[in-house]
Design a protein around this ligand. Sequence first.
Ligand SMILES: [Zn+2]
Ligand SMILES: [Zn+2]
Length: 127
Amino acid sequence: MELRNCPQCGKVFARISRDLCPDCIAQEDKIIKQIQQYLDENTNATISDINEGTGIPVDKIIVLLQEGRLITRENSGLLKCERCGKPIPRGRFCGECGKTLARLLSSSQEDSGPKVYVREYHRKLKR
Ligand SMILES: [Zn+2]
Ligand SMILES: [Zn+2]
């Protein structure tokens, strides 16, 4: 059993599958349900609409979207590629920009650093 501090509230807890303590996971699940319910009722809502309607911070909504924990309709337009602005369902870049960035990184630097980043990025996408 691995003990660690919750990055959100600082409490020590036994890590099971997530990095958050059970309290924060429960709280986050509640937030996700709240956003999803809001989106059910307001299909064309933007992130700032969600923020106004639910009181959940914009940053939090974006992180949940990027991590793919908050599932929205395909092309909901809520999350945009950080490079070209195309709507994406999750992550930080669209498929094309992800590929371009990976190519740029691997051609400019053959060793260590950036590759780790790219691997990390792909691992995140697959989740
Ligand atoms: Zn916590
Ligand atoms: Zn893009």
